[in-house]
Design a binder for this molecule. Structure first.
Ligand SMILES: [Zn+2]
Length: 93
């Protein structure tokens, strides 16, 4: 079966990366088949590359940041500290 390498540019780090899939699967995906159905052999990371164009490294960074953000949810002191820092110094921290 013929394969195609899809080249893409990460919108976060601006680096080029690629995913190789079968041509018939790529065609099916373009026509509307969901990525997990069109590319069952790809890892979640590679499917995300296809869908969002975000490279594996940045996906890792983004998911890491989301986990960190969850820890701060509901901590009002955190926002107040930033506001105070901004008010007193005009700078972020
Ligand atoms: Zn990236």
């Amino acid at each position: 079966m013929n394969k195609i390498t899809i080249m893409m540019n990460c919108s976060f780090c601006n680096k080029d990366h690629s995913v190789t899939v079968f041509v018939k699967d790529y065609t099916a995906w373009i026509k509307g088949t969901r990525a997990q159905d069109a590319f069952p052999y790809l890892s979640a990371t590679k499917r995300e590359q296809m869908i969002s164009g975000i490279c594996p490294k940045c996906q890792n960074d983004i998911f890491g940041e989301e986990e960190d953000a969850d820890e701060y949810t509901g901590e009002a002191d955190y926002d107040e500290a930033i506001a105070e820092s901004l008010a007193s110094t005009g700078q972020w921290w």
